[in-house]
Write a protein that binds this ligand. Structure first.
Ligand code: UN1
Length: 496
């Protein structure tokens, strides 16, 4: 098995202890792409042991030096961007422009977090007693468990791995079972950048390997992106074990289009946000909340746009939408066509598997006549399916936007500054866009959602560091005598 994707543990590429493997296939062709190690709890334990062993040396390496390694990661990612993008397209299906963007997010994050090596800012504040100094500093935590999905096989892992590393932690990463080859190619970048052995470890495999990571007593933090059902079970178990968790889960994101919107801009943005990555982004637009006046014209333009999408192999530069990731995803998206029929929704375009000989392709789909509260309007479908909900005014639009169990991203198209600012104030999602689709978050700002999307933590930006550090408050008394912490102002004045 020359193409075996191995685990990376303690700086070595190794087979699984039970010698189990699984197959990674290309969702556009259904052809074999790679065979990967199917890790079990023993493999996870070996990876955690390696990470634990590497921790003390890594945390004591000065943070600017840790940051320099991340700069080297950025440089190597730039060199390998095209190769990584092509591999990711073959392994999970999205088109090359999208996988290039995926790798670019990791490059951006590597530079950003490399810079954190010279910041990792804490703060000082005045203290109450004379001749005493106080400061709050960020401390590394230990071994971090990273569990990631396949839809951003490079970017999302980078959002977790890079801040965790610069903060001085070591890592065991359980990569998505749909993208092991891309994961291994990403880890190879860290190896070639000179990251010391054991600092980043990769285990390939399924949910049981992820569970073993959550269970392991030496793993102090879990950073998870994936489905809501899995995320909640990770959270529940980690809570019982007293672990810190960062969760990024589902979305049911909406674009609001007001009657006064810039029409062409809205059409482009909706098309890209709804059908880009075949709708398989947690930030994808799956609801269009549209004011009555503009609706007929907008629907007509969107149907034309959806029909013009070229569904096919993402490696072909002419393709504008790739396949769904696997058979299970295809079954799930197809099942929502039955739900739509039951709910009396009309399918304006799409609604079925695309007519291609192989691959998990689904047609770009537009649902009209969707009413607030229907299943197609509330549940995350995670495919190229957009539900149109008509509203009369801004108040109703904001209400419909906010009334879901998720709260990741939302957007409003309007030329009215008052409406835009009201929306910014009143939309209750973690990310709000004005005159831009719901996707395309940049790495220097907090990324994450409210309600069922997360657990109040955020990735990216400075906020990412909160997931991977503990605060340590330090008091230094240089008075040379016993000073009580609580004392009257009068006593202090008397004493000095
Ligand atoms: C995700 O879908 O899991 O904002 C992440 C965006 C991307 C990241 C999406 N930068 O759409």
């Amino acid at each position: 098995m020359s193409d075996l994707v191995k685990n990376y543990i303690g700086g070595q590429w190794v087979e699984g202890q039970a010698r189990q493997t699984f197959e990674s296939i290309n969702p556009a062709t259904e052809a074999h792409l790679a065979t990967a190690v199917k890790s079990d709890a023993q493999d996870v334990a070996a990876a955690v042991a390696a990470a634990k062993q590497a921790y003390d040396k890594w945390r004591l390496l000065p943070a600017p030096k840790r940051g320099e390694i991340l700069y080297r990661v950025a440089e190597l990612l730039k060199e390998r961007k095209e190769a990584l993008a092509r591999l990711a397209t073959q392994e999970m299906g999205k088109i090359l422009t999208e996988t290039r963007g995926d790798v670019q997010e990791a490059i951006d994050m590597a530079y950003y977090m490399g810079g954190e090596g010279r910041r990792l800012l804490g703060y000082t504040a005045p203290v109450e007693m004379p001749n005493k100094f106080g400061m709050a500093i960020r401390d590394s935590v230990g071994v971090v468990g990273v569990i990631t999905p396949w839809n951003f096989p490079v970017a999302v892992p980078s959002w977790k791995i890079l801040p965790a590393l610069v903060a001085g932690n070591t890592i065991v990463w359980k990569a998505a079972e749909d993208t092991p080859a891309t994961a291994a190619a990403f880890v190879k970048v860290f190896e070639d950048a000179g990251l010391p052995a054991g600092v980043l470890n990769l285990v390939c495999g399924y949910g049981d390997a992820g569970s073993a990571l959550v269970e392991h007593p030496d793993v102090r933090i879990i950073s998870f992106t994936g489905s809501t059902a899995t995320g909640i079970s990770v959270y529940t178990r980690a809570a019982q074990l007293g672990k810190k968790v960062t969760l990024e889960m589902g979305g049911k994101n909406a674009i609001i289009v007001m009657d006064d919107a810039n029409f062409d801009l809205a059409v482009e943005a909706i098309t890209w946000s709804a059908y880009g990555t075949t709708g398989q982004r947690c930030t994808a637009t799956s609801r269009l909340i549209v004011q009555s006046g503009i609706k007929p014209r907008l629907i007509e333009a969107l149907v034309a746009k959806a029909k013009a999408i070229r569904v096919g192999d993402g490696l072909d530069e002419a393709t504008t939408m790739g396949p769904l990731v696997n058979q299970k995803a295809l079954d799930k998206v197809s099942s929502y066509m039955r739900v739509a029929a039951e709910e009396g929704v009309s399918i304006l375009t799409g609604g079925r598997r695309a007519d291609l000989p192989k691959g998990f392709f689904f047609e770009p789909t537009l649902f009209d006549g969707v009413k607030h509260g229907m299943r197609v309007e509330q549940e995350e479908i995670f495919g190229p399916v957009l539900s149109v909900v008509e509203v009369k005014d801004l108040n109703e639009a904001i209400y419909v936007n906010n009334a879901t169990r998720y709260g990741l991203s939302s957007s409003i198209f309007t030329e009215n500054v008052n409406a835009a600012f009201r929306a910014i104030r009143d939309l209750t999602t973690g990310i709000v866009y004005v005159n831009h689709g719901t996707t395309g978050a940049e790495i220097q700002f907090p990324f994450g959602g409210t309600r069922g999307t997360g657990n109040g933590m955020r990735e990216a930006g400075q906020t990412a560091l909160n997931s991977f550090t503990e605060w340590k408050s330090v008091y230094i008394d240089f008075s040379g005598r016993l000073q009580r912490a609580q004392i009257d102002t009068d006593d202090v004045l008397k004493d000095n």
